[in-house]
Design a protein around this ligand. Sequence first.
Ligand code: ADP
Ligand code: MG
Length: 493
Amino acid sequence: MTIVDVRTPDPKKFIKGATGDWEIVIGMEVHAQVTSEAKLFSGASTEFGKDPNDNVSLVDAAMPGMLPVINEECVRQAIRTGLGLKAQINLKSVFDRKNYFYPDLPQGYQISQFKQPIVGEGKILLDMPDEQVEIGVERLHLEQDAGKSLHDQHPTMSFVDLNRSGVALMEIVSKPDLRSSDEAKAYLTKLRTILRYLGTCDGNMDQGSMRADVNVSVRRPGGEFGTRCEIKNVNSIRFVGQAIEYEARRQVAILEDGGSIDQETRLFDAVKGETRSMRSKEEAHDYRYFPDPDLLPLEFTQEFVDELAQHLPELPDDKKNRFMSDYGLTAYDAEILIAEKVSADFFEEVAKGRDAKLAANWVINELFGRLNKEGKDLSNSPVSAAQLGGIVDLIKDGVISGKIAKDLFEIVWTEGGDPAQIVEERGMKQVTDLGAIEAIVDEIIAANPDKVQQAIAKPGLLGWFVGQVMKQSQGKANPQAVSDMLKQKIGLE
Ligand code: ADP
Ligand code: MG
């Protein structure tokens, strides 16, 4: 493939070497396990966490004479994913055999797609802090996963578990358009969000249902692409960032020393935080790819694709735009809320019929902040959308002040209950009774004649008076009413 460089070199991302600047170039190959009850070419279950070899059909164990039969659901999921990546959907694609030996690959080959994948070029939009970046997707193809080898402690014995053998994977290959570890992490995060919205992969990297191979090279800014190393199977987004930082610096050191980079496959050692050589990189022709004679080309109609397109859920970018235009949220707040579909749904439940900005503020700053602090998430949140909505209503209606609302949130968080009822029972209502406020205002003014004089010269001091009155009222006075009354009494109007 000829690579077109679509990026303008950005000095902020350069690595400073002893002999000048270097630019990092990154391309990702992500293996995403397809959400489907059965495997790609057999009816065996894909359920995670079963005993070894519970989910194995004769096809997955590669018994002679068994024939693969394509699982239509996996095809649908791959097409839906392609649509979510705004990609070209190929109405005809071909399954090939990729031949290699591995103890957990009883067939002696993996059924994959090589020259004619089911999905062609697409794109993923990244919202970086100070720019929007479009990353090209080269292709998405369907393939089988391999089994797992298990080595016992000593090691005196090895075992093969074929539960994963034959499970459908989507390999999603990016163009080498990424230029920093931050962009690479944002790419994986965004891809995972899209897959989760679509329900085509659960995106759980710690369970191995999403795995990233990271290709890294360095070059002089804007120059020829360098030789890349591929870091295999990095299993968390944070590790992807660390692996890139380490690998790019390793390559820069070699090049500045007058050496050259060997194209090789490396692995990331998370404990040491470094990459290590695994093997020299194999070329495509080493695999002796050829069309699988047991399978016909995969063909479907444009109507089949259109039908799937019509039932696609709202995607993260669209949701973000809608949150900004319909609710008036900032890009920053919208981005936080749409990161997970459950948080977007939760927000919409709180915001329904209410002041959306106030709702977003309480969801993000109070609730998410607290959940984060206590290592919880929405699935085990002590405060429900209805309860948070109740708090927002009480603030909006002027029943409680923002300060009291924080106390109320604390009570709802620890004890539960209906916010309105708690406010009623515990006398937390904001004092809007002007007579009661006036008594306190007069008292504070009388006690601080010199400050009153200063405030007349410097109206900024009004805040101090408001603070005193609020303190005296134990936070229950309506701050607006207090401020209005103080202005009038001190003569600032
Ligand atoms: P394979 O790894 O199977 O040989 P490709 O050659 O298509 O496959 O490339 C795999 C990945 O490597 C892609 O994500 C691509 O963007 C990336 N890539 C290609 N050239 C470079 C490069 N010079 N530096 C960094 N990544 C690269
Ligand atoms: Mg590769």
